[in-house]
Design a protein around this ligand. Structure first.
Ligand SMILES: [Ca+2]
Length: 427
């Protein structure tokens, strides 16, 4: 065997000699370029005194405690070793012995791609992602999958939101549909690298062909658990006859549809959560609700002042104090929750058109003592809280709020020119 130059690993591979290539069924060799798929079947020796300096990047990326997918962004690995490929990845396994999913990480120089590569992509997040064959040739059932054990066993009749992101390799001839996730109680395995015959519960609505080679496409769905599920497997679970194979680039020499996968999530869907009651002032915005999962139904009533009444976490800009009701619908349940957004009293702040230079309160904010500076005659001052309740009445241009709690107040100042309102902040 001679030295080979691999497009995918160019720059690294030059230092190595390929001793043997065994069962290189999907090793595609062209003139002057080779793309490696079957990393597991290729063995190398060092041609020269070349020491691989490995820097293990300890990834402290903390994933949400509620994400049931371990190593959800494929960031954690044992050793940054391009030749060991997928096997260095922690928590994820390859369910078919003969199939060879790939691992990509900036640590090994395959992201965005090695020099002269056919693929070019950045991770959806972090420094790594995986890649799988979802179709090879028009009539092959060769498939690759990735599988992980869930952090917790799923609960009977509980609904879960599941999503992952996928992106088509840019140089392939084909694009396909059917890229989905199958959730199972036991690990599904196969010796052969053919289609795993299961029906994925998570597919994009309408199951479209995914053709985007630039942007990551979010595949998502809501899954109602039977109870006891422990595993998730991602790939194309249909044979070629039941896969829509679209010719994406007829001139491409790569007769396949290869997809990257990154950021896999599974969250238990909680009951409706409208958020905690809050107070805003006119024209301010409150963020209400909590999570927003595609595939879950959200309906807010009333809709007035909301940025979107059909998502789980809209913004609210009501002009008057409003109680909103959120109704959340999943295949498992319909639940409701309410939130009251109180709108504070700050109308008429400049009803006389008197600017701060003509009537101002200083210092503002203050820890207690405020003074009114104005050329007008001050007749009286009423201090009100944000919902308009009167706190104090003062007959002076100086007043003391050290005995009231911190927050926003309003000074209603009666002058010989009329009444002026000013917002003050007690620190
Ligand atoms: Ca990642």
């Amino acid at each position: 065997m001679g030295s080979l130059k691999f497009r995918k690993f160019a720059g690294v591979m030059d230092n190595f000699e390929v001793l043997s290539v065994v069962a290189g069924r999907h090793l595609i060799i062209g003139t002057g370029e080779t793309r490696l798929r079957q990393r597991g079947f290729i063995f190398f020796t060092m041609k020269s005194k070349f020491l691989i300096a490995i820097t293990i990047v300890i990834n402290n990326c903390s994933y949400s405690q509620t994400n049931l997918i371990p190593n959800y962004s494929f960031e954690n690995y044992d050793t940054c070793d391009v030749f060991q490929g997928f096997s260095v990845l922690t928590d994820w396994t390859n369910p078919s012995v003969m199939g060879t999913p790939d691992y990509y990480n900036v640590c090994e120089g395959t992201i965005p791609c090695a020099a002269g590569c056919v693929y070019y992509q950045y991770p959806h997040t972090g420094n790594a992602f995986v890649g799988i064959e979802c179709q090879i040739y028009l009539t092959s059932n060769y498939r690759e999958y990735v599988q992980a054990q869930l952090a917790n066993q799923l609960i009977t009749n509980q609904c879960y939101y599941v999503e992952f992101h996928t992106n088509k390799a840019n140089s392939d001839k084909y694009a396909v549909n059917n890229i989905g996730a199958y959730i199972s109680d036991t690990a599904i395995t196969s010796f052969w690298d053919t289609c795993l015959n299961f029906i994925p519960q998570i597919l994009l609505p309408g199951n479209p062909v995914i053709t985007d080679t630039v942007n990551w496409v979010k595949v998502y769905g809501v899954y109602q658990a039977i109870g006891g599920e422990n595993y998730i497997t991602i790939g194309n679970f249909q044979n070629y006859a039941n896969t829509t194979i679209q010719v994406f680039d007829a001139a491409s020499p790569y007769d396949e549809a290869y997809y990257y996968i990154d950021d896999v999530s599974m969250y238990e869907i909680q009951d409706a959560n409208a958020g905690i009651d809050t107070t805003i002032c006119t024209n301010d915005t409150a963020h209400i609700g909590a999570t927003n999962y595609d595939g879950v139904g959200y309906e807010w009533q009333p809709t007035i002042g909301l940025s979107n009444a059909a998502i789980g976490n809209p913004t609210a800009t009501p002009t008057h104090t409003t109680t909103y009701i959120l109704t959340q619908t999943t295949p498992c349940s319909i639940t409701t929750d309410t939130i009251t957004v109180t709108v504070c009293l700050d109308v008429g702040l400049n009803q006389l058109g008197i600017i701060n230079e003509e009537l101002g309160i200083y210092p503002n904010p203050s820890s207690g003592e405020f003074s009114i500076a104005t050329k007008y005659k001050v007749l009286s001052v009423k201090i009100k809280n944000i919902i308009g309740e009167e706190i104090k009445i003062i007959n002076s241009t100086a007043f003391d709020l050290t005995d009231v709690s911190k927050g926003i107040y309003f000074a209603e100042i009666k002058t010989n020119k009329g009444i002026v309102n000013r917002k003050i902040i007690k620190e």
